[in-house]
Every structure is written in structure tokens, then in C-alpha cells.
Write a protein that binds this ligand. Structure first.
Ligand SMILES: [Zn+2]
Length: 421
């Protein structure tokens, strides 16, 4: 799809929620402690000293103690090294837990290589995340010191992206290789997005903080999300993260895709953050998934509400399509939200028209109740069936009747939008 086909509407390309990576992330926890430790390369005394050094580093992060941090480094006087810069990054994040575990020597000699697992949890998250980190240690008269550190950026630990800074808002953390002003702007907008989502879903607390990753390239966004770049075509942001045993997300991240964001105004970026904040709140509050038209349409109604835009603008592409091809035959399905094969602008706009119609007809409380009732841990094919049952139970109507009402609304909006003057 080309850019010009999307027209001037705020956001024709928004987010697709996915949980594909969740099992992968949760799976990292399975490694038993010190499974690969080789005592032949490190004496028990040295191992204890290395653990003590890493404990001191973890303490320094948790206590935000820069002197203690510097004391773990090879060059105690260093002022500009990457190792010193890491302190500013890590101490900016709100940790509920930050520990090193599972020390595995990976190389001997004058310098010692060790791989460790960083076990961390941001304040408000409901589960620990685990990240592999690699250290180069050198032995000094006073003991082991850290001479090098590297970690692959992941969804759990996006702060290890090259050049990344971490900026805190009141309810949000923004991570990315961006300048301070841009980071502050995103932090403010993310705070406002959390507040908007919380107002729209007042029955559950927001799982603060909202972690927003401003990827520096689509390739970086795709790598963090462990998906192919083509799946991010037409997408400005993705919310993703591990899911706990109870089926609720435990540590979601919002990944912003520069390819999508670059096409948006500031207002469009604010829209994207509110839309994603709604996903984060619902994924944390509810167990499982609801039909895509319902959650995407709801997230869009929350995000569009403060813009005051008329339906003719918000749904411009969908209405143009109605004028050209008539009303669509069925409600948007999961296939219609796959950016590789479907026009996402049509699917999002049709869903927005549908959920707006529901809010108008049945009220906001009924729509929230519908989402709760329609959310299920069932496999994908059964999600639509659960949605259909919820429509009957909560709204007292059926999907065919709902589809007819929606088609009439689309036709009416299309006719109004094409009237002269
Ligand atoms: Zn979405």
C-alpha cells in the first residue's frame, strides 16, 4: 500500500497487538542456576569474588549509588567510558528488582569472561524478566573489576540498544536513541496516554509504568519484536510482552516503528500512544484475547475521543470504499488485521465505526462489559465465537443484526460525506 492512499487522516496505520513472543520470553526462566558453570576454570573463591562484584553492581543500580558503581570498574577514575554511561541509563529506570544470577565463566586467561542472567522487574510489573549479559573482568590487587560489558537489546531489556537513553515520566518510561527533548516529549505524551486509558477503563489499575521504546529503525523494531520487517509495514506501534500463567500480560512494551511514525503529526503520535496504552491496560487486566474488531475499535474510540474529528475524517478511507464498493459483507476478522495481506486502514476505520455505534446505542459501560465477556483464552478460531456469544449475552442482539446495523451506519456516513457542500 502506498502512502498517498491513506489520505490525511491522523492515523491510518496503527498497531496490531501480538503475543507471539510471549512464550519465548517466559521460556528464558527455565535455566537452572549455574547449569553450565565450570569449576575447572574458576575456583570457588574466585567465583565467590565475582558474584560479590556483580552483587555490588546490582546494589549500586538499585541504590542509584554512582560511587559504588564506579568502584566496580577497572578504571576507577573513568569519567566518559561506556561503563560509566551505563549507570545513568540503569539508574533512570524504576526497579522493583535488579539482580545478577547464574554466573557462567566463558573464558579464562588474564581477563575473565562471564555470562550472567540479569533478573529484573520494573515497578508495577507482575513478573521478573531475564536477560543474558556478558562481562569482561580483570583481576587487580584489590580483587576483580569490570572492564567490559555487553548485552543484546531485547523486548525485556530494550535499554541495551545502541545509544539508548531512558527517560521517566510520571507513569511512563521512554527508551530509545533519541535526544533529550524528544524523550521528554514522549514521556509527557505517554503519561497523558496512561491517564486517558485509565479513564476509559476505570475498573482496573494501569500496570505502571508504560514502557515506550522509540526504535531507531524498523529493523531494530523488528528485531526487538522477533518478527520480520514486512510484518511492520503499515504499523506505527506494537504492544507486546510475556503473558503470565493466569493469561494476563506481565511486562508489556510498546515498540514504536519509525517507518510508521515518520508519517505522523504530533497529534498522530499522541493518538498512537493512547491506542497502545489501552492495549497495555486491557492485556494486563483481562485474561486472553477478544475479537480484533472489538479491541482495536475500542482503542481507537478512546484515542480519537479528544481529537474532536468528525466521523467523515476518521473513517475517510472506509467511507470512500463504501461509496466505491458498497458496505463490507462481514465484521473485520483477524485476517483483516494482518498487514501483509489486508489494508489495515480499512479494518481499523470499520472497527472504529462499529464500536462507536455500540457506545452510542448501548453506552460505554455496556461496551466495557462486552469486552470483558468476549475476552477468552480460547484458540484463535474460537475467539470470534466467544465474541458472538458476548454480543448476545451483553447486548441482547446477534452478530448478523449487529452487522446489518453497522452496514447501515457505514452507508449513511458515506452518503452524508458525499453530499454537496
Ligand atoms: Zn491496536
Amino acid at each position: 500500500m502506498t502512502r498517498s492512499r491513506r489520505g490525511p487522516v491522523l492515523v491510518a496505520l496503527v498497531a496490531v497487538v501480538a503475543t507471539a513472543c510471549a512464550g519465548l520470553l517466559a521460556g528464558c526462566a527455565a535455566r537452572p542456576a549455574d547449569a553450565s558453570l565450570s569449576h575447572t576454570t574458576l575456583s570457588p573463591a574466585s567465583l565467590a569474588a565475582v558474584r560479590s562484584l556483580l552483587d555490588a553492581r546490582a546494589h549500586a543500580v538499585r541504590d542509584r549509588d554512582e560511587q559504588a558503581w564506579r568502584a566496580t570498574l577497572e578504571d576507577l577514575q573513568a569519567t566518559t567510558s561506556a561503563l560509566v554511561a551505563e549507570f545513568a541509563l540503569l539508574s533512570a529506570l524504576p526497579w522493583a528488582r535488579f539482580d545478577y544470577a547464574d554466573v557462567r565463566p566463558t573464558g579464562g586467561g588474564a581477563d575473565l569472561g562471564v555470562t550472567v542472567t540479569c533478573v529484573s522487574r520494573l515497578t508495577g510489573e507482575r513478573a521478573d524478566t531475564r536477560t543474558e549479559e556478558h562481562f569482561t573482568l580483570v583481576r587487580r590487587a584489590s580483587g576483580w573489576r569490570i572492564a567490559g560489558h555487553r548485552a543484546t537489546p531485547t523486548l525485556s531489556a530494550p535499554w541495551w540498544s545502541a545509544g539508548a537513553r531512558a527517560t521517566r515520566g510520571q507513569h511512563a518510561v521512554v527508551v530509545g536513541a533519541i535526544d533529550a527533548d524528544t524523550a521528554t516529549w514522549y514521556a509527557h505524551q505517554a503519561d497523558a496516554a496512561v491517564e486517558a486509558a485509565a479513564r476509559a477503563w476505570p475498573t482496573s489499575p494501569f500496570p505502571a509504568p508504560l514502557v515506550v521504546i522509540v526504535a531507531s529503525s524498523t529493523a531494530e523494531a523488528a528485531a526487538l519484536l522477533d518478527r520480520s520487517v514486512d510484518r511492520l509495514d503499515q504499523v506505527a506501534a506494537v504492544t507486546e510482552g510475556p503473558v503470565g500463567p493466569d493469561g494476563r500480560a506481565t511486562a508489556d512494551r510498546v515498540v514504536l516503528n519509525p517507518q510508521g511514525l515518520d508519517r505522523l503529526s504530533d497529534e498522530g503520535r499522541r493518538f498512537v500512544l493512547v491506542h497502545e496504552a489501552v492495549h497495555v491496560l486491557l492485556r494486563s487486566a483481562l485474561t486472553g484475547s477478544a475479537p480484533a474488531w472489538l479491541v482495536e475499535g475500542f482503542a481507537d474510540t478512546v484515542a480519537y475521543a479528544p481529537t474532536g474529528l468528525p466521523p467523515e475524517r476518521i473513517a475517510a478511507a472506509a467511507l470512500a470504499d463504501v461509496r466505491a464498493n458498497g458496505a463490507p459483507a462481514h465484521l473485520p476478522t483477524a485476517v483483516d488485521f494482518d498487514g501483509r495481506t489486508a489494508r489495515l486502514d480499512l479494518s481499523y476505520q470499520r472497527s472504529w465505526v462499529l464500536v462507536s455505534l455500540l457506545e452510542e446505542t448501548y453506552g460505554a459501560d455496556a461496551v466495557r462489559q462486552l469486552i470483558e465477556r468476549a475476552t477468552t483464552t480460547a484458540a484463535a478460531p474460537d475467539v470470534e465465537a466467544a465474541g458472538a456469544r458476548a454480543v448476545e449475552e451483553v447486548l441482547g442482539t446477534s452478530v448478523p443484526e449487529l452487522t446489518s446495523a453497522w452496514q447501515r451506519r457505514l452507508l449513511a456516513l458515506a452518503a452524508a460525506g458525499s453530499a454537496p457542500g
